[in-house]
Design a protein around this ligand. Structure first.
Ligand SMILES: [Fe+2]
Ligand SMILES: [Fe+2]
Length: 326
């Protein structure tokens, strides 16, 4: 990546953002190599590993599930909002996110051994995930990050909170590393203990091999009562990865927002409190404060990227060095 930040096409509006794909190809070539062993791993899996047409399909489903003003009865009927691809996605997610899998992925990614990149470079890389099939209605990945951050900024929240909005989905680059959709997005849940009925599609956990291990199927499973979420292994995905990448640069409130933003069973439904400690309880106030911006900023007008970019450049450089480990 030879471009300097001053020359990043991000300064322009949406169309030129796409041009950044060309220089990213070099990176992608090396990533392709990394993908080989993964694909071998997956070769024995029978299913199509990418049931969602695009990752946003999951986000859209979650937003519909928690649509503002929905009655309790409408909410409980969430399956009516799930199209077959979303349902298939959850079936795979619940089946394959075993404790072993989570530990393996944490060992693979949380040491941050994939090289150095700036936040901007990663944002542009993530933007290559954009689906061009309907560019008028689909916001790009960067636009979703900016919409979320801008909604937070408009409400007068602190700079680190706005920054958390911009960063929160950057971990979706896991998809570009070759991870299947079920290992990148989806509501997160603890592995190694009983599954809560508050997790969407709880019936799909029956196919998870951990369901057959009695030691993981008690209320606490492998954990101590109120051991604190830092000691709990949540299903692996973009939340944990971006938390690990950014944790040493951000205040703890922002760390919680990033790490637990997909843990809907806990922050929306109060499940798994028996694993949380008092500190988690206090910090989850911030996770709950963050969530509406993630869910409901999408319908807003498209951000004027050109106009707001200088603000975000400055914001990012206030908290991050030029390059960080990924
Ligand atoms: Fe997310
Ligand atoms: Fe998001």
């Amino acid at each position: 990546m030879k471009q300097t930040e001053e020359h990043l096409p991000l300064k322009e509006v949406r169309a030129p953002v796409k041009e950044v794909r060309a220089p990213l190809k070099e990176d992608q070539a090396s990533l392709e190599e990394d993908r080989v062993p993964l694909q071998e791993n997956q070769a024995n899996l029978e299913e199509d590993q990418a049931p969602l047409k695009e990752l946003d399909e999951w986000d859209d489903f979650v937003a519909t599930r928690y649509r503002q003003g929905k009655s309790e009865e409408e909410f409980r009927n969430y399956k009516a909002d799930a199209n077959p691809t979303v349902t298939e996605f959850y079936r795979q997610n619940h089946k394959y996110q075993t404790l072993d899998f989570v530990l393996k992925k944490k060992a693979e990614y949380c040491g941050l051994n994939r090289g150095q990149k700036s936040i901007w470079e990663m944002a542009e890389y993530l933007n290559t995930l954009v689906d061009d099939s309907d560019p008028d209605t689909d916001v790009t990945q960067i636009e979703h990050l900016l919409q979320t951050a801008e909604a937070i900024r408009k409400d007068g929240h602190p700079r680190w909170f706005i920054l958390a909005g911009f960063l929160h989905d950057l971990g979706k680059v896991l998809c570009l590393y070759g991870e299947p959709q079920w290992a990148v997005v989806g509501d997160t849940f603890p592995a190694g203990c009983a599954y809560s009925e508050q997790v969407v599609f709880p019936e799909f956990f029956a196919a998870n091999p951990d369901s057959g291990k009695p030691e993981y199927q008690t209320q606490y499973g492998m954990y101590e009562p109120n051991c604190g979420l830092d000691n709990v292994h949540l299903s692996f995905g973009h939340d944990e990865y971006i938390y690990r990448v950014t944790e040493k640069y951000l205040p703890e409130e922002a760390q919680y927002m990033l790490r637990y933003h997909s843990f809907y069973a806990a922050h929306r439904h109060g499940a798994y409190r028996h694993l949380m400690n008092e500190h988690d309880e206090a910090m989850f106030e911030w996770v709950r404060k963050f969530n509406p911006y993630d869910l409901y900023s999408k319908g807003r007008e498209r951000p004027n990227t050109k106009e707001i970019l200088p603000y975000y450049r400055e914001l990012i450089s206030e908290f991050f060095p030029d390059k960080i480990d990924w």
